[in-house]
Design a protein around this ligand. Sequence first.
Ligand SMILES: [Zn+2]
Length: 456
Amino acid sequence: MTVSNNNQHDVVDLIKTQLSITDVVSKYVDLKGNSRLMKGLCPFYPENTPSFVIYPESQIFKCYCGSCAGTSGGDIFSFIMRIENINFVEALNMCAELAGVKLNKYQPKKAKSIKKDLTHALESATDFFKNSLNSRYGLPASNYLKDRGFSEKHIKEYNFGLSPTGLSTLVDHLKKVGVKSNSAVESGLVQKWADNTWHDFFVDRLIIEIRDEDNNLVGFGGRSLNNKTPKYINTPQTELFNKSELLFGLNLAKKDILKSKECVIVEGYMDVFAAHSEGFNNVVACMGTSLTFNQLNKAKKYADKIILCLDSDIAGKRASVNNLIKLINSHDNLSHIHKSIYIASIDSGKDPDDLIRQDPSEWEKVISEGTPLYKHLINNLDLVYDLTDNNQINDAANVVYKLVFQNTDSHSQDQTLSLLSTKLNINREKLPTPKILNRNLSPKPISNKTNGKQNP
Ligand SMILES: [Zn+2]
């Protein structure tokens, strides 16, 4: 249903009738209790006995822990504002989405018309790319796709395209169909060179449409067809394209993720296409090696369980553990969702793309045997930290504390400490003492070399 937010009270009431506070909060807190009262650990401060209370009948929460001291409480919106650290309008939009209520989001007229122009440019470009792939010049690219296992049907269905070899063929086409030159530039399709000439951004590449979760075309990915580096490029950051907030394929995968409550995140578009071709429809890509907090949050919106299946050779693993540590250190809220995150590793070192096509049942096994994030982190601390150095041991232990200690019961804390003491080869009693939980610790990587892969 769509409502205009002329009357915010109506919207707030409508969302409250559609969304129970218990459902929303239980995405962040383990709740136990009955229809009158639910209890869990305070999600805002560390504590060992549950003082955080939900009153489902009146749809409010209140926290009685020592740190909150009764000052935390309110409705769904105040909870989301506090836990996500966002303002009321953002919380309203987030809850509306969870409730399936469509808001006519307020946008200044100017921004709206700029977006319309950019969309027009992108839509014109995608037609052009698809026609190029279907022309006789597109034969090598079509053959490449067929070699990679795509059927004729899938090539059409996934809207592949081709950017020709000429330096300004798209520039000319966009002019012809009436796209304004500044829209062509601002949509990331065209670049102005220093000599004031206009050039295509994508030249001689297989083109992949990138759509947001609502199926709006926002940009493109381009794969080199002649071993030119980088192998993959994306539309640069634009008004419509913000890579760090997008999960590639979510528009196609959304329904299945909601149904299965599981979301698998891989690195590249080709992995997503391979998965979907084989019927694994809950797979999306973070488009590169550095998964972001926003991407995780986006997945969490639809799924209870997020399985990361990233590069599994040592260099790739080190890069991804490093990235996870960065996420833990810069986002306190990661501790709220860490229990939903699992890491799946392909031991054979194959790309998901290859494994899915060659051995779908092995892929299923890999995904179902994912390791919880905290275990994966502990197991791989030595990829990032020098565990013979006391300072680094201290930092390593504190990253684990930061991830695990803010929102878990004493039982899982106990398990974590055992695992950590085994990994660090230090007696439980002698483990480093936790620093202040919200202090940023920067990892000191032994080496941060990636395996030379570009983007996905
Ligand atoms: Zn509290």
